[in-house]
Design a protein around this ligand. Structure first.
Ligand SMILES: Nc1nc2c(ncn2[C@@H]2O[C@H](COP(=O)(O)OP(=O)(O)OP(=O)(O)O)[C@@H](O)[C@H]2O)c(=O)[nH]1
Length: 361
């Protein structure tokens, strides 16, 4: 395949791009015939398998290379009362110390009585692909005596990231690649009470589901029996429906029937009943992540024990890109449209003739 040349110096292509396994073209220029048999009759002598070959099928490879070079950003926010296993689950998820435990934050520190938001970034590499994972933690959420409006600082933080992105976007000399600090996914930890959602859970999800992708999880599900778990999950789904709360993946954004059928299965499984642990144990000769109890090891990645692996596969393997797209195309777009609309739709020009958009956003 030909070398990548910046657009300014790139000559007009005489021969379309081809995969490397294709023999080099003859010196004759490529002239597509009306029948789509390019090169035919030009004395090229190429095999019939190459006739009409344009090279569209190399687009995926081109995109893969570009994306690999640029790398991925993925930002997860974890929200829930203290002690529900947020740090443990995030550590389990990426099998590395990616949550706040890896920073100077110490377990002995007193839990702050206000919601303080902290971000920690790590670069994870797998199979040559780099991903910058940022975990946004919200210690102190719901830990106050009066938890009214405790979702507000979280909502403010999410909107601030949209605002940052918007400011970069409307800049005349904008960066080639705008740093993305927007929250792509919010894991909301539900306490494993076995009863129902608390008012705080409902309030949080009601307000935040409109601005961010929420994935609810039942924390520490090893503390529930299988029957209790099933009933609790059903009750939570019903409550969410009654309250009109749409978690991710939202029905209205299913793109086609295949998408709908895949997402329906996920919606029927939610909220994921998870168990977290970053400790390994020997089970049947294999090392597994688990929680050792007096009755045996709860295997975190065993789907018969909990839904951690379902959550991981869903969030990382099947829906990571979609989480980012919904964030950009729906949540950010809604923020952007409202913000620019509030601003009169146009950037006001100051008396000096300068665009005042910076000061007005
Ligand atoms: N039974 C059980 N215990 C868990 C689970 N996950 C974490 N724990 C334990 O719960 C305690 C609190 O876990 P953390 O991960 O620190 O909880 P957190 O939500 O990050 O808590 P804060 O840091 O206070 O916000 C630790 O002792 C963990 O070992 C789980 O799935 N099941």
């Amino acid at each position: 395949m030909s070398e990548i040349v910046p657009p300014e110096v790139r000559p007009k292509p005489a021969v379309p791009a081809k995969p490397s396994h294709v023999a080099p073209p003859s010196s004759a220029p490529f002239v597509p015939s009306p029948q789509g048999t390019g090169g035919e009759g030009q004395g090229s002598g190429r095999g019939s398998a190459l006739l009409g070959y344009i090279g569209i099928d190399t687009i995926i490879e081109q995109m893969r290379k570009k994306t690999m070079k640029a790398g991925f950003d993925f930002n997860i926010m974890v929200v829930g009362q203290s002690g529900l296993g947020k740090s443990t689950l995030v550590n389990t998820l990426f099998k590395s110390q990616v949550s706040r435990r890896s920073t100077s934050w110490s377990r002995d520190e007193k839990i702050p009585k206000t919601v303080e938001i902290k971000s920690v970034s790590h670069v994870i590499e797998e199979g040559g692909v780099k991903m910058k994972l940022t975990v946004v933690d919200t210690p102190g959420f719901g830990d106050q005596i009066n938890n009214d409006n405790c979702w507000e600082p979280i909502s403010k933080h999410i909107n601030e990231q949209y605002e940052k992105f918007l400011k970069e976007e409307v800049n005349i000399a904008r960066k080639k690649r705008i740093p993305d600090t927007r929250v792509h996914c919010c894991l909301y930890f539900i306490s494993p009470t076995g009863h129902s959602l608390r008012q705080l859970d409902i309030e949080f999800m009601k307000h935040l589901s409109r601005v961010v992708n929420i994935i609810p999880v039942i924390a520490k599900s090893d503390t529930l029996t299988p029957e209790e778990k099933t009933e609790f999950k059903q009750r939570v789904r019903k409550e969410l429906e009654v309250c009109g709360i749409e978690c991710y993946p939202q029905k209205e954004f299913d793109e086609d029937m295949e998408d709908k059928s895949d997402n329906d299965k996920i919606r029927e499984t939610m909220p994921f009943a998870v168990v977290g642990s970053d400790k390994e144990y020997q089970v049947n000769g294999k090392r597994v992540l688990g929680r050792k109890t007096a009755w045996g090891v709860v295997e975190v990645e065993n789907p018969n024990h909990c839904e951690f692996s379902l959550l991981r596969d869903f969030m990382i393997r099947s829906h990571l890109q979609d989480l980012k797209e919904v964030t950009h195309n729906i949540h950010y777009e809604t923020y952007r449209a409202k913000r620019l609309n509030d601003n009169g739709g146009l950037h006001p020009i100051s008396s000096s003739g300068h665009d005042t958009q910076e000061s007005n956003l």
